[in-house]
Design a protein around this ligand. Structure first.
Ligand code: BQF
Length: 284
């Protein structure tokens, strides 16, 4: 029987821990500041931005949501980011993705000061992750960071384990593979062109599902005792479902994260953690 990892509860505990830290930093002279840029009116993006704003406010983080129409030009958006790069009350800058098709996401991310890149998507930060540079302030993407935090808080040993990551996105798959590798897991990355996927996933001691397809991985594809981490956020008939077929995978898992209430809430908590880290880096 699986232990269901309560990401929502753990995220709450982490937010409580951070609340004291934010109060201390504020007393020291300046609250951490987070700017979130929302372009257009995609309903999912609006929900995510709302959650981020609420989490920041509840912690006492100064938060500023900047809304722009979908028609904004790339140059205007870069101009806005440059202003925020210079704003001494802003420690973290986040541009909610995805952006409208006429805007080059890479160019936008590269306009963000790497020291304010709390999403951890800037090439300076991804480069530091790739190169295992831990001596410099390095911002790590929030979802992978949240997964690592869940594993650590559940007391799950990573060293020597076989980790299989399904999905190779820049936002989840590649960075979680780097973080697991850094903790001495043996890591396999699978993707849409992987042959005999079930043979790969069946090897996993730790399985990270980040493909974006509802119930894509079922119980027949995993081994007994697997630690199953579900990163999928799929909407099916108005309900959130993960990339794992929860009932059949749960039967064989030692640990499993639910959707909703697993990795998702941790993503938001880690954004707050990165914002506090940025505030400490910038000073009062
Ligand atoms: C939960 C995201 C795809 C594309 C862009 C809690 C979130 C989700 C689920 C959330 C996500 C997904 C976010 C739950 C932020 C995670 O209870 O299961 C929180 O807000 N997320 C995002 O900002 O952009 C995305 C997924």
């Amino acid at each position: 029987m699986a232990r269901i990892i309560d990401g929502k509860g753990i995220a709450e505990v982490i937010r409580k821990e951070m609340k004291d830290e934010v109060a201390l930093l504020t007393k020291e002279g300046r609250a951490p500041g987070l700017a979130v840029i929302l372009v257009g009116d995609d309903p999912a993006s609006k929900t995510y931005v709302g959650s981020k704003e609420r989490a920041a406010r509840e912690l006492g983080i100064y938060s500023k949501v900047i809304r722009r129409e979908a028609g904004i030009s790339q140059d205007e958006l870069i101009g806005l980011i440059r202003e925020l790069n210079e704003d001494r009350n802003i420690d973290g800058i986040l541009v909610q993705l995805p952006l409208p098709a006429h805007i080059d996401e890479k160019a936008i991310i590269e306009a963000i000061d790497p020291g304010k890149d709390v999403d951890g998507f800037h090439p300076v930060n991804t480069g530091r992750l790739f190169n295992s540079q831990v001596d410099v302030p390095r911002f790590e993407p929030c979802t992978p960071l949240g997964i690592m935090e869940l594993l650590e808080r559940e007391g799950i040993e990573i060293e020597g384990k076989k980790a299989v990551v399904v999905g190779r996105s820049n936002i989840v798959g590649k960075p979680i593979a780097c973080l697991l590798l850094e903790k001495n897991a043996t890591v396999t990355i699978c993707h849409s062109r992987t042959r005999e996927l079930a043979k790969e996933t069946a090897q996993a001691d730790i399985l990270v599902a980040a493909v974006g397809k509802p119930a894509f991985i079922d119980g027949s594809m995993v081994k007994e005792g697997v630690i199953a981490i579900d990163v999928g956020i799929n909407r099916v008939d108005g309900k959130l479902v993960g990339d794992l077929d929860f009932p059949s995978v749960e039967k064989k898992s030692s640990y499993i994260t639910p959707v909703p209430g697993g990795v998702g809430p941790m993503t938001i908590a880690m954004l707050m953690k990165n914002t506090i880290k940025a505030r400490k880096y910038h000073g009062v």
